[in-house]
Design a protein around this ligand. Structure first.
Ligand code: DC
Length: 222
């Protein structure tokens, strides 16, 4: 059984995907982490963005597990904290803006997935990575709610941030994503749109679990 989880930034989709993976015991592919590992390689190898193809020459292994995705470079598991920095995020985002890179990475994702049971989380999950998935969720929330969540997250990390500034960034990023000519960001036509504004992750998870468990393929799975 394949499940796609998509949604805009700071919608809480990673939190939900992780919890769903643990609850259903289905491996989880966090695509953002894989974008980040390629961004990390761009950085540590000093590769100019126009030579992005070189990142695919690196011996990378991506292993979707229950509740987490493991990335291995040269037989060494890379610590998530090393990848979840703002700097690595910036490199990942630059790569993500190159349409040919997206085609390559999507093909890479599909080669990992094959016929496996999997939860794929991230942009393009339902539209380009596993469009064949029978269950697709598009997790969203109002820009104000997403800004509030991001603000609280950063505050908790001790960062000096402004709510207004974060809201502005989220609104600008949404607009850029929607309007880009290639790979515009939108839900798959058959995705179930879940607005999480005012809901806790637990409430959202409960709702999704209910949908999944009523789905015929769920009871037929090996
Ligand atoms: O979800 P994240 O913040 O870890 O993602 C890091 C960057 O990678 C983000 O700036 C956008 C890009 N990305 C993407 O373009 N498509 C995905 N499916 C996942 C991430």
């Amino acid at each position: 059984m394949k499940i796609a989880i998509d949604g805009p930034s700071a919608s809480g989709k990673s939190t939900i995907a992780k919890k769903l993976s643990l609850a259903l015991k289905i491996p989880y592919l966090e695509t953002g982490l894989v974008y980040r590992i390629f961004g990390y390689i761009l950085k540590i190898r000093n590769i100019p963005l126009e030579n992005w193809e070189l990142v695919f020459e690196e011996p990378i292994q991506v292993v979707p597990e229950i509740g987490r995705t493991i990335v291995i470079v040269e037989n060494k598991t890379i610590n998530e904290e090393e990848l979840k920095t703002e700097e690595v995020g910036k490199y990942a985002s630059q790569l993500g803006a190159v349409p040919e890179f997206r085609e390559r990475i999507n093909a890479f994702f599909r080669s990992i997935i094959n016929e496996k049971q999997i939860i794929v989380e991230g942009r393009d999950a339902g539209t380009h990575i596993i469009p064949e998935a029978p269950l697709k969720f598009f997790i969203t929330a109002s820009p104000e709610e997403r800004a509030k969540r991001r603000y609280e997250q950063l505050k908790a990390l001790g960062k000096d941030v402004s709510y207004e500034e974060i809201l502005k960034q989220i609104q600008e990023r949404d607009k850029r994503d929607r309007e880009r000519p290639q790979y515009p960001f939108r839900p798959a036509e058959d995705a179930m749109i879940i607005d999480t504004t005012g809901k806790t992750p637990e409430e959202v998870l409960e709702y999704i679990l209910d949908v999944v468990k009523r789905f015929p393929e769920f009871s037929q799975r090996p």
